[in-house]
Design a protein around this ligand. Structure first.
Ligand code: UD1
Length: 422
């Protein structure tokens, strides 16, 4: 197993390219199950979660080749297997995204229930209920979701009780091949959901309401889609994480290949803290702050502040003047980084879903443990400003979602090494 060693780095500088969005790449890959023809996908991030999903698609019978870095050619016409095994699904919860497309295409499938998740219960009941409304019969047997729809799925009115990103994506893909019209009310509006809608639309599916919380999808009645080549959108969470690296060291750094408009909740919060920006069409330069003010933050669905950036902003609060508060509204147990930051001397108290962070305490390097993907990036940020050296263990969590992490950090001037645990 690898660990990361980070030395105190007072300033960063320079520029990096942001990779394709993991959370867009995953539904795009499962959407290829709906395609009648092979597809080229570019700007595909080389991260563990994407590779896990490619492995799952291969087990189902798909074939793919890397044409060049970050570009694959994938053919799902030979898919014959409809069982997504526990061994793969337990590695990545987002494997649940095969449920909608497999059921829509083959009229039956078995998908292992995702295991417990470090950031709370994260059930999939909303996915299941919505597919049942579309005519599926679903039972849980031996830890598997066993779904059948012998007559095919049919359009329905689906009202999600809670906004769910992968739930909306699963339903979109199921609805694309269903008979008749599906209406999704209280749909997620994240840019990754919008990209999936655009891809389905380019494949000939009529979709109304793209980017709103009400989507109407006219299904193809079982006919596979004529999908076009796809370029994955930029990863707003990766971009936000590097902006926080610039912010915690109060540096000027530039990010290329970003979609600034997707980053507004993040850049607005950084402006409130005291930073400035130079923004062009697809790049963003962070300008240092004269004073970094404490802030209040509440995580919500897009276009609100993303839960996937909560941990990084908590690290940033550690260097701000005054007391910041962060309220986590989406997941019940997404404060696992708090204990680890405390080991580095952070002054953070937790009450229910709210963390109170007292800034400007001196952080000291320590051995810390990555607990989930985004929590781990908060530890890197804290490591940049902590005295001496910080060692982050269990970094396989980081490898799930950050492409070329050390290379990118190093090209910004950070002193970071990947080493093997003894
Ligand atoms: C996606 C993102 C993840 C992000 C999250 C919230 C991907 C691959 N992952 O996760 O990075 O943190 O959105 O922006 O895109 N819920 C239920 N029942 C369900 C489904 C969800 O109760 O059937 C609850 C969840 O427990 C959570 C809330 O709804 O409290 C939102 O979760 P959801 O949007 O589904 O998260 P994911 O799609 O898993």
């Amino acid at each position: 197993m690898d660990f990361l060693k980070i030395h105190h780095t007072p300033k960063l500088s320079g520029s990096i390219n942001i990779s394709g969005a993991k959370n867009s790449a995953l539904p795009i890959l499962t959407a290829t199950l709906l395609s009648k023809n092979p597809i080229t996908i570019s700007n595909l991030p080389n991260v563990a979660d994407v590779n896990t999903l490619l492995k799952l698609l291969e087990i189902l019978g798909a074939s793919y080749q890397h044409i060049q870095n970050n570009q694959i050619h994938i053919d799902t016409s030979s898919v014959h297997e409809t069982r997504a095994n526990y061994d793969i699904v337990r590695k990545m919860r987002a494997s649940i995204l095969v449920l909608g497309p497999l059921l829509a295409r083959f009229r039956h499938c078995e998908v292992s229930l995702p295991g417990g998740c470090a950031i709370g219960a994260r059930p999939v009941d909303l996915h299941i209920k919505a597919l049942e409304k579309m005519g599926a019969q679903i039972e849980i047997q031996h830890g598997y979701i066993v779904a059948t729809a012998p007559q095919g799925l049919r359009g329905a009115n689906i009202m999600f009780d809670k906004i769910t990103v992968t739930g909306t994506e699963n339903l979109l893909m199921a609805a694309a091949l269903a008979k008749g019209k599906t209406k999704i009310i209280n749909a997620a509006k994240e840019p990754e959901v919008v990209q999936l809608c655009e891809i389905l639309k380019d494949a000939g599916v009529e979709i109304e309401g793209i980017g709103t919380s009400e989507l109407e999808i006219q299904g193809s009645d079982g006919e596979l889609l004529d999908m076009q080549d796809i370029c994955v959108i930029a990863d707003r969470i990766e971009a936000g994480t590097y902006l926080c690296a610039g912010a915690i060291t109060n540096s000027s750094i530039t990010l290329h290949h970003v979609i600034p408009h997707h980053l507004e909740a993040i850049t607005d919060k950084l402006e409130e803290i005291g930073f400035g920006f130079e923004i062009s069409q697809d790049s963003l330069t962070l300008l240092p702050a004269t004073k970094r003010k404490a802030f209040e933050l509440i995580t919500t669905e897009y276009p609100g502040f993303p839960t996937d950036m909560q941990a990084q902003f908590m690290a940033l609060a550690l260097v701000c003047e005054g007391t910041s508060t962060i309220e986590e509204r989406l997941f019940e147990n997404r404060f696992m980084h708090v204990n680890e930051l405390q080991r580095m001397g952070a002054n953070i108290t937790l009450k229910g879903h709210t963390a109170t962070i007292i800034g400007e305490e001196e952080l000291k390097g320590a051995d810390v443990m990555a607990t989930d993907l985004r929590a781990s990036s908060a530890l890197i940020l804290a490591g940049l400003v902590a005295q001496d050296c910080t060692q982050i263990h269990r970094i396989y969590h980081l490898d799930r979602g950050y492409e070329g992490l050390e290379e990118k950090l190093r090209s910004l001037g950070a002193s970071v090494q990947r080493l093997k645990e003894k």
